[in-house]
Design a protein around this ligand. Structure first.
Ligand code: G3H
Ligand code: ZN
Length: 284
Protein backbone atom coordinates (compact mmCIF):
# COMPACT_ATOMS: atom_id res chain seq x y z
CA UNK A 1 0.00 0.00 0.00
CA UNK A 2 1.09 3.59 -0.67
CA UNK A 3 2.33 5.54 2.33
CA UNK A 4 4.86 8.20 3.30
CA UNK A 5 8.41 7.33 4.35
CA UNK A 6 7.95 8.50 7.93
CA UNK A 7 6.94 5.25 9.65
CA UNK A 8 9.03 3.14 7.29
CA UNK A 9 12.20 5.00 8.17
CA UNK A 10 11.56 5.41 11.88
CA UNK A 11 10.95 1.66 12.13
CA UNK A 12 14.13 1.01 10.14
CA UNK A 13 16.18 3.27 12.42
CA UNK A 14 14.83 1.48 15.49
CA UNK A 15 15.21 -1.94 13.92
CA UNK A 16 18.77 -1.44 12.69
CA UNK A 17 18.17 -1.84 8.97
CA UNK A 18 17.73 0.46 5.98
CA UNK A 19 14.96 0.81 3.40
CA UNK A 20 16.13 1.05 -0.20
CA UNK A 21 15.17 3.89 -2.49
CA UNK A 22 15.35 2.54 -6.02
CA UNK A 23 14.94 5.05 -8.81
CA UNK A 24 12.48 4.34 -11.60
CA UNK A 25 12.69 5.28 -15.28
CA UNK A 26 9.73 3.58 -16.87
CA UNK A 27 7.16 0.79 -16.58
CA UNK A 28 9.68 -2.05 -16.47
CA UNK A 29 11.69 -0.43 -13.68
CA UNK A 30 8.56 0.06 -11.62
CA UNK A 31 7.40 -3.52 -12.15
CA UNK A 32 10.81 -4.95 -11.29
CA UNK A 33 11.22 -2.97 -8.06
CA UNK A 34 7.68 -3.64 -6.81
CA UNK A 35 8.08 -7.34 -7.65
CA UNK A 36 11.41 -7.52 -5.78
CA UNK A 37 10.00 -5.78 -2.70
CA UNK A 38 6.93 -8.03 -2.61
CA UNK A 39 9.07 -11.15 -3.04
CA UNK A 40 11.36 -10.05 -0.20
CA UNK A 41 8.42 -8.79 1.90
CA UNK A 42 10.23 -5.51 2.28
CA UNK A 43 9.06 -1.88 2.42
CA UNK A 44 10.33 0.05 -0.59
CA UNK A 45 10.76 3.62 -1.82
CA UNK A 46 10.35 4.37 -5.52
CA UNK A 47 12.65 7.30 -6.26
CA UNK A 48 11.62 9.62 -9.09
CA UNK A 49 14.03 12.31 -10.25
CA UNK A 50 12.62 15.35 -12.01
CA UNK A 51 14.32 14.10 -15.17
CA UNK A 52 12.72 10.67 -14.88
CA UNK A 53 9.30 12.24 -14.25
CA UNK A 54 9.72 14.36 -17.40
CA UNK A 55 10.76 11.28 -19.33
CA UNK A 56 7.72 9.33 -18.15
CA UNK A 57 5.32 12.12 -19.08
CA UNK A 58 4.86 13.98 -15.81
CA UNK A 59 4.19 13.37 -12.11
CA UNK A 60 0.60 12.29 -12.71
CA UNK A 61 1.68 9.59 -15.16
CA UNK A 62 4.11 8.29 -12.55
CA UNK A 63 1.55 8.08 -9.73
CA UNK A 64 -1.02 6.48 -12.03
CA UNK A 65 1.41 3.81 -13.21
CA UNK A 66 2.50 3.07 -9.65
CA UNK A 67 -1.06 2.90 -8.28
CA UNK A 68 -2.24 0.68 -11.14
CA UNK A 69 0.69 -1.69 -10.66
CA UNK A 70 0.19 -1.88 -6.90
CA UNK A 71 -3.38 -2.95 -7.54
CA UNK A 72 -2.80 -5.32 -10.46
CA UNK A 73 0.34 -6.92 -8.99
CA UNK A 74 -1.39 -7.26 -5.58
CA UNK A 75 1.46 -5.47 -3.83
CA UNK A 76 0.85 -5.52 -0.08
CA UNK A 77 4.21 -4.23 1.21
CA UNK A 78 4.54 -0.52 2.13
CA UNK A 79 5.48 1.59 -0.91
CA UNK A 80 6.44 5.29 -0.99
CA UNK A 81 6.59 7.38 -4.18
CA UNK A 82 9.32 9.88 -3.49
CA UNK A 83 10.49 12.90 -5.48
CA UNK A 84 14.28 12.58 -5.62
CA UNK A 85 16.31 15.82 -5.44
CA UNK A 86 13.34 18.17 -5.76
CA UNK A 87 14.75 21.47 -7.00
CA UNK A 88 12.16 23.95 -5.75
CA UNK A 89 9.04 24.39 -3.63
CA UNK A 90 6.98 24.47 -6.85
CA UNK A 91 8.31 21.08 -8.03
CA UNK A 92 7.69 19.52 -4.62
CA UNK A 93 4.17 20.94 -4.55
CA UNK A 94 3.44 19.64 -8.05
CA UNK A 95 4.63 16.15 -7.07
CA UNK A 96 2.54 16.19 -3.87
CA UNK A 97 -0.52 17.43 -5.77
CA UNK A 98 -0.06 14.53 -8.22
CA UNK A 99 -0.07 11.99 -5.38
CA UNK A 100 3.57 11.55 -4.37
CA UNK A 101 3.70 10.38 -0.76
CA UNK A 102 7.16 11.78 -0.07
CA UNK A 103 9.50 14.48 -1.40
CA UNK A 104 13.10 15.48 -1.11
CA UNK A 105 13.81 19.18 -1.26
CA UNK A 106 17.42 19.55 -2.29
CA UNK A 107 18.48 23.11 -1.57
CA UNK A 108 21.93 21.90 -0.52
CA UNK A 109 23.59 24.12 -3.12
CA UNK A 110 21.94 27.23 -1.64
CA UNK A 111 23.30 29.23 1.30
CA UNK A 112 22.24 27.71 4.65
CA UNK A 113 19.54 30.30 5.45
CA UNK A 114 17.99 29.82 2.02
CA UNK A 115 18.03 26.04 2.48
CA UNK A 116 16.20 26.48 5.82
CA UNK A 117 13.64 28.80 4.25
CA UNK A 118 12.78 26.62 1.22
CA UNK A 119 12.82 23.41 3.24
CA UNK A 120 10.44 24.89 5.85
CA UNK A 121 8.06 25.93 3.12
CA UNK A 122 8.03 22.40 1.69
CA UNK A 123 7.57 20.83 5.14
CA UNK A 124 4.56 23.05 5.84
CA UNK A 125 2.86 22.06 2.59
CA UNK A 126 3.83 18.38 2.80
CA UNK A 127 3.01 17.66 6.44
CA UNK A 128 -0.45 19.12 6.11
CA UNK A 129 -1.03 16.39 3.52
CA UNK A 130 0.67 13.48 5.31
CA UNK A 131 3.66 13.61 2.98
CA UNK A 132 7.19 13.07 4.34
CA UNK A 133 10.15 15.36 3.61
CA UNK A 134 13.85 14.69 3.16
CA UNK A 135 16.39 17.53 3.02
CA UNK A 136 20.09 17.64 2.21
CA UNK A 137 23.18 19.39 3.52
CA UNK A 138 26.64 19.33 2.01
CA UNK A 139 27.38 18.13 -1.51
CA UNK A 140 27.02 14.62 -2.90
CA UNK A 141 29.64 14.20 -5.64
CA UNK A 142 29.14 13.10 -9.23
CA UNK A 143 26.07 13.58 -11.41
CA UNK A 144 22.51 12.32 -11.51
CA UNK A 145 20.23 13.77 -14.17
CA UNK A 146 20.01 17.52 -13.49
CA UNK A 147 22.01 17.28 -10.26
CA UNK A 148 25.67 17.96 -10.99
CA UNK A 149 28.42 18.57 -8.42
CA UNK A 150 32.03 19.51 -8.95
CA UNK A 151 33.47 18.43 -5.64
CA UNK A 152 32.38 16.71 -2.45
CA UNK A 153 31.59 18.87 0.59
CA UNK A 154 30.88 17.16 3.91
CA UNK A 155 27.79 18.26 5.83
CA UNK A 156 28.46 20.28 8.97
CA UNK A 157 26.96 18.53 12.05
CA UNK A 158 25.98 21.86 13.69
CA UNK A 159 24.13 22.95 10.55
CA UNK A 160 22.39 19.56 10.44
CA UNK A 161 21.09 20.06 13.96
CA UNK A 162 19.92 23.58 13.21
CA UNK A 163 18.25 22.60 9.93
CA UNK A 164 16.32 19.81 11.64
CA UNK A 165 15.21 22.02 14.53
CA UNK A 166 14.12 24.89 12.33
CA UNK A 167 12.35 22.89 9.59
CA UNK A 168 10.80 19.76 11.14
CA UNK A 169 11.95 17.44 8.34
CA UNK A 170 11.42 13.68 8.64
CA UNK A 171 14.87 12.55 7.54
CA UNK A 172 18.15 14.11 6.49
CA UNK A 173 20.72 13.36 3.80
CA UNK A 174 24.01 14.71 5.13
CA UNK A 175 26.54 14.46 2.29
CA UNK A 176 29.51 12.61 3.81
CA UNK A 177 31.68 11.62 0.89
CA UNK A 178 29.23 9.66 -1.23
CA UNK A 179 29.00 10.11 -4.99
CA UNK A 180 26.24 9.72 -7.60
CA UNK A 181 27.21 7.23 -10.28
CA UNK A 182 30.19 4.84 -10.12
CA UNK A 183 32.97 5.59 -7.58
CA UNK A 184 36.50 6.26 -8.69
CA UNK A 185 38.33 4.12 -6.16
CA UNK A 186 36.93 3.27 -2.75
CA UNK A 187 34.31 5.61 -1.24
CA UNK A 188 35.53 7.60 1.75
CA UNK A 189 32.46 7.94 3.91
CA UNK A 190 32.57 10.15 7.00
CA UNK A 191 31.43 7.56 9.54
CA UNK A 192 32.44 9.66 12.53
CA UNK A 193 30.27 12.56 11.35
CA UNK A 194 27.47 10.14 10.47
CA UNK A 195 27.37 8.84 14.02
CA UNK A 196 27.57 12.32 15.53
CA UNK A 197 24.83 13.68 13.29
CA UNK A 198 22.42 10.82 13.93
CA UNK A 199 22.95 11.04 17.68
CA UNK A 200 22.27 14.76 17.77
CA UNK A 201 19.34 14.97 15.35
CA UNK A 202 17.80 11.57 16.29
CA UNK A 203 16.30 11.20 12.82
CA UNK A 204 16.85 8.57 10.12
CA UNK A 205 19.80 9.45 7.88
CA UNK A 206 19.79 8.99 4.12
CA UNK A 207 22.76 7.78 2.11
CA UNK A 208 22.80 8.97 -1.50
CA UNK A 209 25.00 7.36 -4.11
CA UNK A 210 24.40 3.79 -2.94
CA UNK A 211 25.85 2.25 -6.10
CA UNK A 212 29.31 0.76 -5.59
CA UNK A 213 29.57 1.07 -1.80
CA UNK A 214 31.16 -2.09 -0.37
CA UNK A 215 28.91 -4.22 1.86
CA UNK A 216 30.97 -3.62 5.02
CA UNK A 217 30.58 0.15 4.57
CA UNK A 218 26.84 -0.26 4.04
CA UNK A 219 26.56 -2.30 7.23
CA UNK A 220 28.58 0.25 9.17
CA UNK A 221 26.48 3.14 7.85
CA UNK A 222 23.29 1.31 8.84
CA UNK A 223 24.66 0.62 12.34
CA UNK A 224 25.32 4.38 12.74
CA UNK A 225 21.81 5.54 11.85
CA UNK A 226 21.50 5.34 8.07
CA UNK A 227 17.93 4.14 7.50
CA UNK A 228 17.50 4.90 3.80
CA UNK A 229 19.92 4.09 0.99
CA UNK A 230 19.44 5.39 -2.55
CA UNK A 231 20.38 3.21 -5.51
CA UNK A 232 19.99 4.21 -9.12
CA UNK A 233 23.05 3.58 -11.30
CA UNK A 234 23.43 -0.07 -10.29
CA UNK A 235 20.03 -0.96 -11.76
CA UNK A 236 20.77 1.01 -14.91
CA UNK A 237 24.00 -0.94 -15.34
CA UNK A 238 22.25 -4.28 -14.70
CA UNK A 239 19.50 -3.56 -17.22
CA UNK A 240 21.76 -2.21 -19.92
CA UNK A 241 24.29 -5.03 -19.62
CA UNK A 242 21.60 -7.63 -20.33
CA UNK A 243 19.95 -5.60 -23.10
CA UNK A 244 23.32 -5.00 -24.76
CA UNK A 245 24.25 -8.68 -24.61
CA UNK A 246 20.99 -9.69 -26.28
CA UNK A 247 21.22 -7.03 -28.98
CA UNK A 248 24.87 -7.78 -29.69
CA UNK A 249 24.31 -11.52 -29.88
CA UNK A 250 21.33 -11.36 -32.23
CA UNK A 251 21.05 -8.58 -34.79
CA UNK A 252 17.64 -9.91 -35.91
CA UNK A 253 15.96 -8.88 -32.63
CA UNK A 254 13.39 -6.13 -33.18
CA UNK A 255 10.69 -6.90 -30.63
CA UNK A 256 11.64 -4.68 -27.68
CA UNK A 257 10.13 -7.16 -25.22
CA UNK A 258 12.95 -9.56 -26.15
CA UNK A 259 15.42 -7.35 -24.27
CA UNK A 260 13.08 -5.36 -21.99
CA UNK A 261 11.84 -8.47 -20.17
CA UNK A 262 15.29 -9.94 -19.42
CA UNK A 263 16.49 -6.44 -18.47
CA UNK A 264 13.55 -6.14 -16.09
CA UNK A 265 14.48 -9.49 -14.51
CA UNK A 266 18.06 -8.24 -14.03
CA UNK A 267 16.75 -5.18 -12.16
CA UNK A 268 14.57 -7.40 -9.97
CA UNK A 269 17.54 -9.58 -9.01
CA UNK A 270 19.71 -6.53 -8.30
CA UNK A 271 17.05 -4.96 -6.10
CA UNK A 272 16.48 -8.21 -4.19
CA UNK A 273 20.22 -8.38 -3.51
CA UNK A 274 20.22 -4.80 -2.18
CA UNK A 275 17.16 -5.39 0.00
CA UNK A 276 18.93 -8.36 1.62
CA UNK A 277 22.11 -6.35 2.05
CA UNK A 278 20.18 -3.49 3.68
CA UNK A 279 18.44 -5.96 6.01
CA UNK A 280 14.86 -4.94 5.14
CA UNK A 281 13.62 -8.39 4.03
CA UNK A 282 10.56 -9.52 5.99
CA UNK A 283 10.13 -6.06 7.57
CA UNK A 284 6.95 -5.23 5.64
O1 G3H B 1 19.33 10.06 -5.55
C1 G3H B 1 19.66 8.94 -5.98
C2 G3H B 1 20.87 8.27 -5.55
O2 G3H B 1 21.60 9.03 -4.69
C3 G3H B 1 21.47 7.28 -6.47
O3 G3H B 1 22.88 7.20 -6.53
O4 G3H B 1 23.08 6.36 -8.87
O5 G3H B 1 25.02 6.37 -7.34
O6 G3H B 1 23.15 4.77 -6.99
P1 G3H B 1 23.56 6.12 -7.48
ZN1 ZN C 1 20.95 11.36 -4.75
Amino acid sequence: ALESMKDMLNKALQGGYAVGQFNINNLEWTQAILDAAQTEQSPVILGVSEGAARYMGGFKVVTNIVSALIEEMKITVPVAIHLDHGSSFEKCKAAIDAGFTSVMIDASHDPFEENVRITSEVVAYAHERGVSVEAELGTVGGQEDDVVAEGVIYADPKECQELVQRTGIDCLAPALGSVHGPYKGEPKLGFKEMEEICQTIKLPLVLHGGTGIPTEHIKRAVSLGTAKINVNTENQIAFTKVAREILTKDSDVYDPRKFLAPGREAIKQTVMGKIREFGSSNKA
